[in-house]
Design a protein around this ligand. Structure first.
Ligand SMILES: [Zn+2]
Length: 415
């Protein structure tokens, strides 16, 4: 450090990234956690904070047709390398999910702007509504840009208070009829790179601060409806019941058993009983099933096994069962040559090579279908995320900033 600040050739300042993240958390959290839910005032405050961080840099800042914020640092030659993540959070979320990747990108942009003309354009993107916390549809902005957003489907969505997605996003300058225009943002795109916390326990368990990511796993999400017969809890003998909840409960156990056998994950995260009172056998039960696996064949087997188990359970309880798809995405591998760059950089900094699949979806998932993509993970303390307790040791966050910077430099062929 000199009296005039960092010299132009200085690397990134990891401490500055941590400071920005703490300031953002201070600005957009309450005692229950981060409250940067997309399409809300607090989210807009977070986005304004980002614009403040970009002030003074030689970048043009604008918002695209899907509500994503971009900051472009023009360079020579052709092609664009895109770096970024999201600022929105789940309700009562953590301080690092998404925000870490955005602030890493700010720091890399700041360093590279100071190095003078770049061989290609570097674009920071802050994706709109990655979490889907308000309308239940994840990856809004990134899938619009990648061309995989189903507009007819999102048009139908409403939030818990009944407000339509189309009306709400229009208040933020996004018009569903013009979403397609967002695809122009990828013109000339050569690569997309994203830093993110792991949100799981693997790196911590292996004693690793950072790693490369091989891709994101496939996801099958279904609503499963069991129908039996509502009846009096007291007056109905046990051998005369058609208990829809018991069929659902047996299915939930089968979802777990199948996930364990295939080394995937399976979750029944929601259940609704009708009438849902203690004095009635449930005549109807609806559960939401989420199954994930890095291998498409194994994921398909997990789904088939859960469906078969639900039919057997329904028959045993005298019920019917039907499955409705809610969301589905295939395993999305990242670009080998970019994963190799991240892997090499991490090996330089940690002395160990490790490439993990991501069990969470990210904006990198739709992007990987459109542009060569890679991600860098930093560890998550106790593997906890989407919660106030979400954390990462500061030295891991700082190492991640250095690794992300070196990755970007190599991808834009600075050294
Ligand atoms: Zn995230």
């Amino acid at each position: 450090m000199t009296s005039s600040g960092l010299p132009p050739e200085a690397g990134p300042d990891g401490a500055r990234v941590v400071t920005m993240l703490r300031e953002l958390a201070e600005l957009t959290s309450d005692e229950a956690g981060a409250q940067r839910v997309a399409w809300t005032g607090i989210w807009q405050r977070a986005r304004a904070f980002l614009r403040e961080q970009l002030q003074g840099l030689p970048v043009t800042v604008r918002t695209d047709a899907a509500g994503n914020q971009w900051a472009r640092l023009p360079g020579g030659g052709s092609g664009v390398v895109i770096i970024g993540s999201h600022l929105d959070s789940v309700p009562d979320g953590g301080w690092l999910d998404g925000a870490y990747g955005v602030m890493c990108a700010v720091e890399v942009l700041r360093c590279l702007a100071a190095r003078g003309p770049l061989p290609c354009t570097l674009a920071l993107v802050e994706w709109a509504d990655e979490e889907g916390a308000r309308f239940g549809h994840s990856l809004f902005g990134s899938s619009a840009v990648a061309g995989t957003l189903n507009v007819a489907e999102v048009r139908e969505l409403a939030d818990a208070s009944g407000l339509q997605l189309g009306d709400v996003v229009a208040e933020h300058g996004v018009h569903l009829d013009r979403l397609d225009e967002a695809r122009q943002e990828l013109l000339g795109a050569r690569a997309y790179l994203e830093a993110h916390i792991e949100q799981g326990p693997v790196l911590e368990r292996e004693g690793l601060p950072i790693s490369a990511v091989s891709g994101t796993v496939g996801v099958e999400r279904h609503r499963v409806i069991f129908r039996g017969q509502t009846a009096h809890s007291g007056a109905t003998p046990m051998d005369m019941r058609r208990d829809a909840f018991l069929a659902a409960a047996a299915t939930a156990l089968a979802v777990r058993e199948s996930a364990v056998r295939h080394r995937g994950v399976g979750t029944v995260g929601a259940a609704r009983l009708r009438p849902g009172i203690v004095t009635a056998v449930a005549g109807e039960t609806v559960i939401l099933v989420d199954q994930r696996h890095p291998d498409a064949g194994a994921l398909e087997a997990m789904l088939r096994e859960a469906q078969r188990a639900s039919e057997e359970a329904a028959t045993a309880e005298g019920c019917s069962v039907s499955w409705e798809p809610v969301f589905r995405t295939r395993p999305q591998p990242f670009a080998d040559e970019l994963v190799d760059v991240v892997r090499e950089v991490c090996a330089e900094l940690t002395g160990r090579e490790r490439v993990l699949p991501s069990w969470a979806l990210h904006d990198a998932t739709p992007m990987a279908g459109a542009v060569p993509t890679a991600m860098l993970f930093t560890s998550s303390a106790k593997g906890i995320s989407h919660a106030r307790e979400e954390d990462t040791p500061e030295e891991h966050l700082r190492l991640g900033v250095e690794a992300f910077y070196r990755t970007v430099c190599r991808v834009i062929e600075l050294d």
